[in-house]
Design a binder for this molecule. Sequence first.
Ligand code: UD1
Ligand code: CA
Length: 483
Amino acid sequence: MSLEVAIVLAAGEGTRMKSHRSKVLFEIAGKSIIEHVIAAVTPLHPAQLRVVVGAHRQAVEEHLAHIAPTALAIFQAERNGTGHAVQIALTEITGDGVVLILAGDTPLLTSATLSEFLIAHKASSDSVSVLSALLPDPFGYGRILRDETGALARIVEERDADDEIKLVEEVNTGVYLFELAALRAAITQLTTANSQGELYLTDVISVINATGGTASAILSNDYAETLGINDRAQLAECAALMRERINDHHMKAGVTLIDPTTTWIDVDVTIEADVVIHPGSTLTGESYISSGAIIGPRTTLNNVFVGVDASVVESNCSHSEIGDRATVGPYTFLRAGSKIGSDAKAGAYVEIKNSTVGERSKVPHLSYVGDATIGSGTNIGAAAVFVNYDGVVKHQIIIGDDVRIGSDTMLVAPLSVGDGAYTAAGSVITEDVPAGAMGVGRARQRNILGWVLRKRSGTNSAKSAEKAGAVDSGSSSSNGAEI
Ligand code: UD1
Ligand code: CA
């Protein structure tokens, strides 16, 4: 079914959002509002795609160049209403056929609904079809007025409606299909004789009816699809509806969502069957979750690949890869470029950045790992820190296979630790450790006998020491001077 033109209206100020940003650039489920609209229009393959821009023009045009390179932005310098916006768009449109017009602020519309609407319009001989909806609360929308035959007579805006018209529950969704010739003829006859002093696109209906054309209103099955976003409350409402739609899709495909109301998944996330997602989790970008994985509770994954049967608990990860059967969390922070190998572990209070943890290797507790490559079967002791930054430049650390890094080791980059090597707990390692060696980088311990009895006499410590049999021998340290 061919569609010659689609016009997306997106020049409005979005005043009710109370923002310094463009309304259509606000995001829901990982895509801007206008990107959702264009994604719904694209499968209809309009030969000419036009977007009317005005307020925040530069930001909207830059975004369009990125998400819809075939769209042509048309500038509406002064915002004089939806009718005016279409007048301007028509100056950049050639040929005849059918034009779809819709607003850039209705992100829940689906291409299935638009296709059905197009089929219904083409089956009629009407000059214009308007997609309508029955709203439980029609406040704020233009009302659909039908004649005695059921044909569309006219549309009356809320602000121009009398009390009787305000009771009408069938509203204009702002989605139209026009025969281009009829639209071109009627659009020039609009006036600003209304409460807002604007040119209303909705008034084209009366003009077409008065000049020998015909109009119909086609009722949509799902009013939720046609909700427009004008303020922050509607933004949250549409985001919640989009969340339900996405979550239903995943649950039907075999994903367990323990609490769908607190699980937020972007449109471009892929989740295989038999994944379990616990409450309070957010999956964004192009994250990919493999079968059998357990995610959450309270976990955020942004552009993260998670392997088969892996688990990620109470953690925050971005632009990273987590291998099959690997375990991450609780309270793990994986920053960009982290690769956790299969059967590997990144545990509690561990931060990893731009590093590879080889298969079966473990970073279980309280560590920072940055700009490092760790081989396989290696264990990084509690609170070890990869000291990758000398204050000016970041350096690399390479750790081999089956290495044992002692707890609280400071590994000062650039550095390498060979296969099978150890480091002593509490070491500051500044030089390479060869394969199989034990790296020790700390002062030898000495005990100053009787020190507490002499220097802290009378304290509880001194009393306990005496009870334990400590004596002040008068001798100083075994290997050093008195302090
Ligand atoms: C419009 C309709 C109303 C319908 C509702 C559905 C008119 C007069 N009213 O009202 O019947 O029920 O949508 O959501 O059309 N825009 C421009 N240039 C302008 C003015 C607006 O491009 O000069 C764009 C806006 O950016 C927006 C769209 O047109 O994307 C609709 O404008 P908006 O102000 O939101 O119209 P509504 O009051 O919602
Ligand atoms: Ca609107």
